[in-house]
Design a protein around this ligand. Structure first.
Ligand code: ADP
Ligand code: MG
Length: 153
């Protein structure tokens, strides 16, 4: 299942993330792709809200993994500064991915080989100053149904 959604403001991207967050379940993995400033963190902020968490989602300083405890915990992993896959290993990225929370990984391409096949991939493209194109793609039946729900609204 693959579909594209366009947004025209950061608020709209956050709202989309919120709707998505409501549809996610423990163990889900969302891998985000796209240039710096595309809107990956903005989308993640919405996902946190949708999971019922405070939206204190930050871009990374030097911490690559932020744990947000809650009924369904959110593991927000931002690998922008990751130098190699060995470093991902020592950070324990794999344990988060196969853990009980929802894991959202910015720069998912940096750990492609450890990501489960049953994940949700989202590529964010800048198509204008405040225009973004988000392509959602998944091989998972359940996540396919979830993202169909996003379009139906
Ligand atoms: P990334 O995590 O991909 O580097 P951020 O989410 O941190 O990107 O930053 C996205 C930037 O783009 C923010 O400054 C945000 O306000 C701006 N922006 C403008 N339009 C949009 C949009 N439609 N969706 C998301 N962000 C947008
Ligand atoms: Mg970011």
């Amino acid at each position: 299942m693959k579909l594209t959604i366009r947004t025209t403001s950061p608020e709209e991207t956050t709202a989309l993330g919120e709707e998505l967050g409501k549809l996610l379940a423990p163990g889900d993995v969302v891998a985000l792709y796209g240039d710096l400033g595309a809107g990956k963190t903005t989308l993640t902020r919405g996902i946190a809200v949708g999971l019922g968490l405070a939206a204190d989602i930050q871009s990374p300083t030097f911490t690559l993994i932020h744990e947000h405890p809650g009924a369904i915990p959110l593991y927000h992993i931002d690998l922008y500064r990751l130098s190699n896959e060995r470093e991902a290993e020592s950070l324990g990225v794999e344990e988060y991915v196969y853990g009980d929370g929802v894991t959202v990984i910015e720069w998912g391409e940096k750990v492609q080989s450890i990501l489960p096949a049953e994940r949700l991939d989202i590529t964010v493209r800048m198509t204008g100053d405040t225009d973004r194109e988000l392509t959602l793609e998944t091989e998972s039946e359940r996540l396919s149904e979830a993202i169909r729900g996003l379009v139906r609204g």
